[in-house]
Every structure is written in C-alpha cells, then in structure tokens.
Design a protein around this ligand. Structure first.
Ligand code: TYD
Length: 221
C-alpha cells in the first residue's frame, strides 16, 4: 500500500483555516477522495481533554513550557492514534494546525525559540513532516480583527470559553506572524503561503492548485 499524503493548514487565529478546510474536503469528496480530517490541539479523546485544558482562560497560569509540553502530548497521541495509521493505509490526512503552530505560537509568540520545538518534534513526533503545508497569511490587522470578533461571538453563543489565546496582546501575534514567515522562508518546498486579503473563493483556488499538484505527484510516484 503506497503511503498517503499529509496536508496541514496553518495561520493565525481568524485566518479562515476552518472554512478553507471544509471547502477543500468538499472538493476532495467530489473527486472520490475521502480524507481523514483532524485538528490540533484535539482530534482524539485524550487530545480533546488536553485541548480543553489548554484553551480555557482559567488556565492563565500555564507556564510557556507546560503549554508547549501539552501541545506535544496532544500531537504524539494524534500521530499514534489517527495520523500515522491513516497515512500507512494510503489515506490523505487534512490536519488543522501541526508543529508549525507550536513553533509560531510557543517558539515565536512565547519566545521559547525554534530549536527546542524542532528538537521535541524529533523526539516526540518521530520528526513526521507534512507533504504540504498551506499557510494562510492575510494581513495582521485583518487577522487580529477577526479573532477578536469571533471570540466575542463564541462566548455569547455557547458560553464555551476557548478565549485564552485570543486574549493575547498584539505584540504576541506579531511574533507569531513573523515566525510563520520565517518557517515559510526556511522550507519553501513544503510550505505554500497564501498571502494577502483575498476572498474565500480566491484562497480556495490557490489551495486547490497546490493540492492538485501534490495529488498528481502522488499518483505518478
Ligand atoms: P483553535 O480554536 O483551534 O484556533 P483556530 O481555529 O484559530 O485554529 O485554537 C487553537 C489555539 O491554540 C490557537 O490560538 C493556536 C494555539 N496553538 C498553539 O499555541 N500551539 C500549538 O501547537 C497549536 C496546535 C495551537
């Protein structure tokens, strides 16, 4: 059985990843592809419990290293339980966030640096690399604005509090943003950057173009 394809979506909170992931999955379904869809943190039973701990604003006293360790605990579980079995059985995996998020948020945002994140990724995740990473990078101003509005709406609607990250200051998000740019420059073959304030349709088209290329490479390998 040839190995499947591992595709990750990355970007700041409010970049539109969730919408694009749904559209990409629908595009695949139309072509008879049934991808495994997962997200981080979360995606397994244990991971959902870790997610609740991480995103609740009551966890405000979490030390940056604790936060990073929990992100990796979640990821190691997701790799063992979901991602690796799917890839080994030839499936396409669409993952909403992966280690680039840890490098951007904990490495950049929390200023722990890239090295420790990449080292832990080797140790805890077997250095598993996505075949393709789609990085959505609308302007920082627009991303911040959307994250703020979304957080207000979520809290109003279901009382569920996942606002801990959205409460971060602009300087934090600026560092996350810069780290994402650094990752993209370092690994241009893996990371496709979709930049600027584009419409949902325009972003979708760019995503499809990048994915279609990888899919045809998969079929000819
Ligand atoms: P989520 O609600 O999934 O946000 P989004 O819809 O924007 O993806 O919340 C995930 C939050 O966790 C988000 O603010 C980014 C953060 N995060 C990290 O800080 N490090 C990580 O390794 C991951 C996977 C997420």
């Amino acid at each position: 059985m040839p190995r499947g394809l591992f595709i990750t979506l990355e970007g700041l909170d409010g970049a539109g990843k969730t919408t694009q992931l749904k559209r990409l999955a629908a595009w695949m379904h139309k072509r008879g592809i049934d991808p495994v869809i997962t997200r981080q943190p979360g995606g397994t039973e244990t991971g959902d419990r870790i997610r609740a701990l991480l995103l609740d604003s009551r966890s405000s006293a979490l030390a940056p290293l604790t936060e990073m360790a929990l992100m990796f605990a979640d990821r190691a579980q997701a790799i063992a339980e979901v991602i690796e079995p799917a890839l080994s059985s030839g499936k396409i995996v669409l993952c909403d966030r992966f280690t680039d998020s840890t490098e951007a948020y904990q490495g950049g945002g929390r200023e722990l640096g890239s090295e420790v994140v990449l080292d832990l990724h080797k140790i805890l995740c077997g250095n598993l690399q996505p075949d393709l990473t789609l990085l959505l990078l609308p302007s920082l101003e627009r991303s911040l604005d959307r994250a703020r509005r979304r957080n207000d709406r979520t809290a109003e609607k279901d009382g569920k509090d996942e606002g801990r990250f959205e409460q971060e200051q602009e300087a934090f998000y600026r560092r996350v943003w810069e780290k994402y740019c650094e990752i993209a420059n370092r690994e241009p073959d893996r990371v496709v950057v979709i930049e600027g304030d584009l419409s949902i349709e325009e972003v979708h088209e760019q995503i499809i173009e990048a994915v279609a290329m990888r899919l045809s490479a998969l079929h000819t390998r």
